[in-house]
Design a protein around this ligand. Structure first.
Ligand code: GDG
Length: 724
């Protein structure tokens, strides 16, 4: 039976050293709750670091046993690993980069080496537990290399990845010296999830530009499989927060705490200590509110919980000092004997007390400068059981995409935040209820259990899609079958596309000349069968490249044909009416002038706009513009506009490779037919093939062909096999 393995840097427990013994404290975080529904079932397991260094082998053995009972397995990290991998590369390079704090980024090759080393450690720990068909769900930025490391050993495993923090724009990613390796590491997964659409779009753009992997609607075409990238906004355990807020224990705390701040409106802020959370900026906004509104003195207080985190990292130490200073300043300036503006706690609270803070506060001020999602704002909304209260939320938090009924603010706009607090303080009761109700309905529906379900369903869907493609793969068995059929045949014909099929792409199309190996393959094949090179290329290039070979050629998608018996003469297969070209060329030229690197290729029956050499992104944009421009003109001239591999082609619809291939076979009885091609122009060939033909598409795109083959290399292997 296959099982599911959850992997995250930290296990959902904390390991504490007390009185010479280790103790486990379960973590009550949202992720632990959401994934609890998975890892506690059957043979499933959670693998991660228990959060403390343990060097003694006996103690390690004891911990392994105890964690086994809890359905967890530890990855032990050395002190050096923690310093270089966790505090170093993860928290001093990736964390600031991914939150757009490039000024804090550390570029240390030793940290990078530790990152690779620890990802490998995780990989080895997983391999001890994982079977070839298991599902492995990797979490977050500390383990970006892990999916690919696992894929190399377990090619058929189901591997998913979820990123909890933002994924920044390509402009930031490209600053990281190891960006290519990081992205390739992530692409070992079958499904990659992010909190928001922007995160996924940034990832797709980076992987396209840096690793050359293009995508269509979130499906990346990797060498031998498709990878899906999608957005899955994470929810919370809604009922847990809603029920806790009504519980006796929490209500007791509400009463007790309430006495200390009687008669005051309460603003609540809760964060881990982190520069991404905008804590100093928030205190400054509160200070400005008090400066501008003397009438609020004594009537509003801020409860500020800062949970200690990463306090060994220098930038966090400095942040802590800055917060201490700002709180000290505001309190010393405004406090009276019976009013303290900021109640500041640098520690964490038990769940019941946290719930009391949510319940009793009038306003939650959640103003991170950047946040992947932010669960605090969702927990506040779920805890407002009487549906009063106002959420002020930063536009820079992933949650702002969902919680449109919050007061949304730009955390860098101090006066904007001040005004938002002022408006929240005076918001009419009915408006508070209306906003709260709508946010609660949405959070209840998309809770953390729903998040897990949607993610897992999507993973199933991707695997099914992949299987549909791989079941058509030309593997060793299919190769043997094709070879056997070819060997038996008395009259065989092979339609072979050129670019992307017999040879790879080149930035300069004229440089994709056939190499010696290819010439040899074609020569050997032509002794055994009728070989037809069927290409979109112009007849002169094709004729020159295959001069002297005993083969047939179809050029320009079927406009020209040259039969081997016709020694040197090209024959027009389709009469060409090209009165339309002047109008279209003018438009294309206009787009060439606006797009450095673009050029026009003229063929007898078509005009092609090439953008392979254009700055990536710009090429796509211009191609889309040109496409919509040409679409209307094409109708008037009865032409067809087609998108190809970095080209846009406009041509007569009745001229295509399929028609030419059919004409070529007319009147002859073939007992072996093979057609191989790599793009949409070859789909016409595949469609035109009789039922008994072998048709093969290079790459793993959806196709009319009956098989897919991985790459040019495999195509050549297959053809060599036919001649052996
Ligand atoms: C990362 C991403 C993304 C806080 N104080 C106490 C306490 N907490 C709990 C809250 C909440 C959690 O900590 C904080 O979660 P956030 O989502 O706000 O922030 P990160 O820790 O930075 O989390 C973030 C998240 O991953 C999930 O994908 O949303 O963007 O940065 O659950 O309740 N819990 C208790 N006492 C406290 O004093 N018990």
């Amino acid at each position: 039976m296959s099982k599911t393995i959850i992997v995250s840097n930290r296990l959902p427990i904390s390991l504490r050293h007390r009185n010479g013994r280790f103790e486990f404290k379960p973590s009550a975080g949202g992720l632990a709750t959401g994934l609890g529904s998975i890892y506690k079932e059957g043979e499933n397991i959670w693998i991660g670091w228990p959060g403390n260094t343990v060097d003694d082998p006996e103690q390690r053995a004891e911990i392994i046993l105890e964690l086994h009972e809890l359905k967890m397995a530890p990855v032990f990290l050395s002190k050096e690993d923690v310093e270089e991998f966790y505090e170093g590369f993860s928290n001093e390079t990736l964390w600031p980069a991914f939150h757009y704090f490039t000024q804090y980024m550390v570029y240390n090759p030793e940290h990078w080496e530790a990152y690779v080393r620890v990802n490998r450690k995780f990989c080895e720990a997983i391999l001890k537990k994982a079977g070839p068909d298991d599902t492995i769900w990797v979490h977050d930025y500390q383990l970006l290399l892990l999916p690919q490391m696992l894929r190399e050993v377990l090619p058929n495993a189901t591997i998913a990845f979820f990123q909890h923090i933002p994924f920044p724009s390509y402009e930031i990613i490209r600053m990281i010296p190891w960006r290519k390796e990081l992205l390739a590491g992530m692409c070992g997964a079958d499904l990659l999830g992010f909190h928001t659409y922007d995160d996924m779009r940034h990832f797709l753009s980076a992987v396209g530009r840096i690793n050359g992997l293009s995508n269509e609607s979130g499906y990346i075409q990797a060498e031998n499989r498709i990878i899906n990238v999608d957005s899955f906004p994470m929810g919370i355990d809604y009922d847990k927060f809603a029920n806790q807020a009504k519980s006796k224990k929490t209500l007791q705390f509400v009463e007790e705490f309430g006495k200390q701040v009687e008669g005051q409106k309460l603003l609540l802020t809760i964060d881990r200590l982190d520069y991404s959370k905008g804590i100093p900026q928030r205190i400054q906004a509160f200070n400005q509110l008090l400066e501008q509104n003397k009438d609020l003195h004594g009537k509003v207080s801020m409860i500020m919980i800062v949970v200690p985190s990463r306090d060994k990292v220098q930038s966090y130490k400095e942040l802590k000092e800055e917060i201490d200073l700002l709180v000290g300043r505001i309190n010393s300036e405004y406090s009276t004997l019976n009013w303290v503006p900021v109640h500041y706690f640098y520690r964490s609270f038990p769940f019941e007390e946290l719930s009391a803070f949510y319940n009793m506060s009038d306003i939650a001020l959640v103003t991170p400068l950047r946040d992947g999602m932010n669960l605090v704002c969702k927990e506040f909304v779920a805890s407002k059981t009487d549906q009063t209260g106002v959420l002020i939320l930063s536009e820079m938090a992933g949650a702002s995409k969902e919680l449109q009924d919050a007061i949304l603010v730009n955390p860098y706009d101090r006066q904007g935040v001040v005004d938002a607090i002022y408006n929240a303080l005076s918001m009419p009761h009915e408006e508070q209820v209306a906003r709260m109700k709508s946010m609660q309905a949405s959070l209840k529906k998309y809770d953390v259990f729903q998040w897990v379900k949607v993610f897992m369903d999507r993973l199933d869907h991707v695997k099914t899609k992949q299987e549909e493609l791989t079941s058509k793969d030309v593997d060793a068995k299919v190769m043997n079958e094709i070879q056997a059929s070819f060997n038996k045949a008395k009259k065989a014909i092979l339609f072979l596309d050129y670019d992307g099929t017999l040879t790879g792409f080149h930035t300069d199309p004229q440089k994709a000349v056939p190499d010696d190996e290819l010439r040899e393959i074609v020569k050997d094949l032509s002794k055994l069968a009728q070989v037809v090179i069927i290409s979109g290329r112009d007849k002169d290039t094709l004729g020159r490249w295959f001069e002297g070979q005993n083969i047939d050629m179809i050029a320009e998608h079927g406009v020209w044909v040259k039969k081997k018996e016709d020694k040197g003469d090209w024959e027009l297969y389709a009469d060409v009416e090209d009165g339309w070209k002047d109008d279209i060329r003018k438009v294309m030229e206009y787009y060439v002038l606006r797009t450095p690197g673009a050029f026009i290729e003229e063929k007898h029956h078509s005009l092609v706009w090439h953008y392979r050499k254009v700055e990536s992104g710009l090429g796509d944009l211009r191609m889309r513009e040109l496409f919509s421009h040409l679409k209307y003109m094409a109708r008037g001239h009865n032409l067809q506009v087609l998108e190809g591999n970095m080209v846009l082609e406009i041509k007569r619809p009745d001229i295509n490779k399929g028609r030419a291939a059919t004409a070529m076979m007319k009147g002859v009885e073939y007992d072996f037919i093979l057609a191989i091609g790599d793009d949409w122009t070859d789909e016409d060939t595949f469609k035109a093939m009789p039922k008994n033909a072998y048709s093969i598409r290079v790459g793993y795109a959806y196709t009319q062909a009956n098989f897919n083959i991985k790459s040019v290399k495999q195509v050549r292997q297959l053809l060599q096999k036919l001649t052996s």
